[in-house]
Design a protein. Structure first.
Length: 243
């Protein structure tokens, strides 16, 4: 009997790989939704907005706040990085997110550790955007170039937001600006940082700017990719232009 010709249709994507892609998108959604989900209900119930996202720990939205951070921490901890840098960054982000969740800023004894974990978390997320997400060892597709531009903008957005918050905190400590000067500045720049983080992960989860499936193979290269960081097995359907 003659062997049957191989099917020209692509093999169905592996469910385990799809689940990780969906999880990446879920993390992006959590980051984008979090600042609004904790602020809007409090605003409706009390008529005011908290001075920071972390201050929601002292409101009825505490469980949502802590649960969201725990979800992000668990995802980061389970990350299977390509190399040591990926693993270390992911595990550090997990530790910092856990610290933000369980070391509330509303108590004097835990506030310094909370702020340290929060700043460290945002700097680690900026590192993902500026370094890890943008790596590629081969020819880049047009969509990969666009994704890199998004990652760069998101990473810079996180750093700029953190820099402005640090400057304002120093000026406040030096009594250059009064206590009641724009009390919502902190929550505003925390929100911009989370939005940048969330958008970067949504792009990484192929929600936006995904490579076209019909793109010729000669225009794509097999590179190590952060897009498959969390897959338990290589995904032939995923973009090989991303590392």
């Amino acid at each position: 009997m003659l062997p049957q010709p191989a099917s020209l249709s692509p093999e169905p994507p592996e469910p385990v790989v799809l689940s990780y892609a969906a999880l990446r998108r879920a993390v992006g959604i959590v980051a984008v939704v979090l600042p609004f989900a904790v602020a809007i209900p409090v605003l409706i119930a009390t008529g005011h907005i908290e001075t920071s996202i972390s201050a929601s720990y002292d409101t009825f939205m505490r469980d949502f706040f802590v649960g969201s951070l725990c979800a992000i921490a668990l995802f980061m901890f389970c990350c299977r990085g390509y190399d040591r840098k990926d693993v270390i960054a992911s595990h550090l982000a997990s530790i910092f997110a856990t610290g933000v969740a369980f070391l509330p800023c509303i108590y004097a004894r835990t506030a310094p550790f909370h702020y340290l974990c929060a700043a460290s978390l945002f700097f680690t997320l900026a590192y993902f955007c500026l370094v890890l997400f943008r790596k590629s060892s081969g020819l880049k597709t047009i969509q990969k170039v666009k994704r890199n531009q998004v990652y760069l903008a998101c990473g810079e957005g996180i750093l700029v937001s953190m820099f402005i918050l640090a400057v304002l905190a120093i000026l406040h400590r030096l009594s250059v600006i009064p206590d009641d000067w724009h009390p919502h500045t902190t929550i505003f720049f925390e929100t911009t940082s989370l939005l940048c983080f969330g958008i970067a992960w949504l792009v990484k989860g192929e929600t936006f700017l995904k490579d076209a499936p019909e793109e010729p193979a000669r225009n794509r290269t097999h590179t190590r990719t952060t897009d498959t960081l969390f897959a338990l097995a290589p995904n032939p359907q995923s973009s090989s232009a991303d590392r």
